[in-house]
Design a protein around this ligand. Sequence first.
Ligand code: ACO
Length: 318
Amino acid sequence: MLGCGSYLPAQILTNADLARKVDTSDEWIVQRTGIRERHVAAPGETTSDMATLAARAALAHARVDAQSIDLIVLATSTPDNTFPASAVTVQAALGITHGAAFDVQAVCSGFVYALATADSLLKSGSFSRALVIGAETFSRILDWTDRGTCVLFGDGAGAVVLDRQEQADQGEERGILTVRLRSDGRHKSKLYVDGGPSSTGTVGHLRMEGKEVFRYAVAMITDVVEDAFEATGYTAADVDWFIPHQANKRIIDGSAHKLGIPPGKIVVTVDRHGNTSAASIPLALNDAVADRRIKRGDLLLLEAMGGGFTWGAALVRW
Ligand code: ACO
């Protein structure tokens, strides 16, 4: 993993702003979710716009040229258009005309799914350097009259650059050590968007049974993280930084507690970003890399759970 970058739209929507739109309060939102504010895309600002800016930041951080990228995997549930994939818009904006670019849709687990996809394609030898991006404009699919959902989400984008490199015979393994993915479609009606090209012909709005999502989240997250530990032989004690999907502070704390990860090792951005779905992990990663909490060689544990349900975890040597 050569570098990372992120982008947040300029406009900030605070809990106090929301309390002027729907019947809610700063106190309720902070207590139930830990969220204080979130960023919202400007009119006309698209998922691919934000993804491109995050990608450029990641390329600069990795000190590599866009032309060296031959694979772009973009995780999003809020693409610019039904098709083509927003990834090809990013590819064109970066001036890349070779290789492949496509979107991955696994809602809040999208970044972990995209990471697994790019990792496998690099390891297969078909590609040599990848941009893995998570980018979302959930503000466009929220029902702004539904206080149960509109207070939870925000917009943004994050990206990492992955490079195919041979593992040295000696020394510690680097990069993506394992990615474990799961899904169970029996839960699809607990968190979904009530529209789509093949069902209603409309974009639709996000609908959620919040209590039900909450009920499953911690167990599913900790289960798949245990898989990642089993696959690598690492334990919670080896983890330097826990970078969870930023859905809700209570889910994050509950998962960390069950895994035995102390609060000081958790990267938390949900208070400032809200839930940015597939963008939340690379946004949090970039935050902790930028302020130098994360150092080269650190062992990172990433995890996410979301609509589907989908869930997954990755162990990464930064
Ligand atoms: N402000 C004030 N009151 C509210 C709000 C609000 N924004 N939203 C709901 N309420 C009210 C409800 O109407 C209800 O009132 P009632 O008792 O008079 O009927 C009361 O608060 C309790 O509602 P619940 O839904 O039971 O509240 P709960 O304590 O479960 O918290 C929440 C709701 C925060 C959504 C919680 O269920 C949760 O965090 N679920 C996880 C959902 C999540 O994180 N989804 C993100 C996507 S999935 C993922 O990324 C993992």
